[in-house]
Design a binder for this molecule. Sequence first.
Ligand code: NAP
Ligand code: MG
Length: 407
Amino acid sequence: MSFEKIPMSTPLVEMDGDEMTRVIWQLIKDMLLAPYINLNLEYYDLGLPNRDKTNDQVTVDSANATKKHGVAVKCATITPNAARVKEYDLKEMWKSPNGTIRAILDGTVFRAPILVKGITPYIPSWKKPITIARHAFGDVYKNSEAIVPAHAKAELLVTLADGTEQKYPVYQFGESAGVLQGQFNVDESIESFARSCFNFALDTKQDLWFSTKDTISKKYDHRFKDIFQEIFDAEYAKKFAEAGIEYFYTLIDDAVARVVRSEGGFIWACKNYDGDVMSDMVATAFGSLGMMTSVLVAPDGTCEYEAAHGTVTRHYYKHLKGEETSTNSVATLFAWTGALRKRGQLDGNQRLMEFADKLEQATIDTIESGIMTGDLASMSTLPEVKKVNTQEFLEGIKERLEALLGA
Ligand code: NAP
Ligand code: MG
């Protein structure tokens, strides 16, 4: 092999993870990256045993390193529940690593599907990816709720910094008991969300859609709409015009109808709850979870790339028993290519960017040639499909990658 390895001048932050995705992670590095790149990685082991050992400090350290270096790639990780505390004999039920990282980077999560020929979306008019941007702060996820007895009177009480009280009527309950909920959001977070969305649209040269229910929620949702518009007009209108892309606001109901009729190829920014629901709808309609990528983008442009799926526990237990698995590595692989391309862009490393393109191409070519993992094989419309195991799929990619690299 006469291939000169690609240099990397600046470190990429690597966050290792758990279970089947940890197995795939190592295979990807050994087979598809290390032979071609002089990998410059700052390694953090976010596998659950090490998070427990370090009292979760490793998660905080990895997020701070990401702030410093600008780009990270993350493997899926277990968010512990009671069963995991037992399984791993944990000191504590550690918080979701993604939540911790997101809080430190103050980012927005963008989820996009990878499209290949032969895997047709359930909505056949969708020809290009639809990227969902979810505002992952506040609203119903940080609410305060109560069960209210009959004849109770509910009011919102706001105490200002100077002690002045403001009251807003909610409801005078009658014969029936009921429920009550209080929610909030903060301008600063909505502003960060807006900037992350506008930056990501410019980065990926796609139109940005934003939708809320501002006709019904005339203060709360309307505030979101106004903040987006003000920031767009002041900071982004000119850049969007130059890039030939648009910012488009519409009511959430109208957005849903338009999305279904669209060809795709845009970013849809959603409030927290809408994004939670719509991202699952879009992911399912595009096909497999194994084809869904995710990137956390901070308002300053710092990026953390990962697969949208979890650690694929069911496959891991099979793997541990020595049984064959057919786990889709595409989303994890595209997390690596996304991060390497971004590193290349930041460092002016042309070869690294080209390598990322070629590795993605080799992956898509492999699937379009009929070689795929079980999740895809079961939904492929190609005439000839060969279902391969986890390792064989990566070997198929490697063969095509070497041809593209001339290695
Ligand atoms: P999951 O790991 O995404 O897997 C759910 C099911 O989806 C799998 O059992 C499998 O279906 C299918 N699937 C997902 N990814 C696949 C792939 N790459 N290839 C083939 N099939 C795939 O979700 P989960 O089982 O709910 O969660 C497992 C663990 O992951 C949990 O401990 C959770 O905390 C963690 N998690 C982490 C993240 C993250 O780090 N971002 C996100 C979500 C969940 P079949 O079994 O039918 O083949
Ligand atoms: Mg959801």
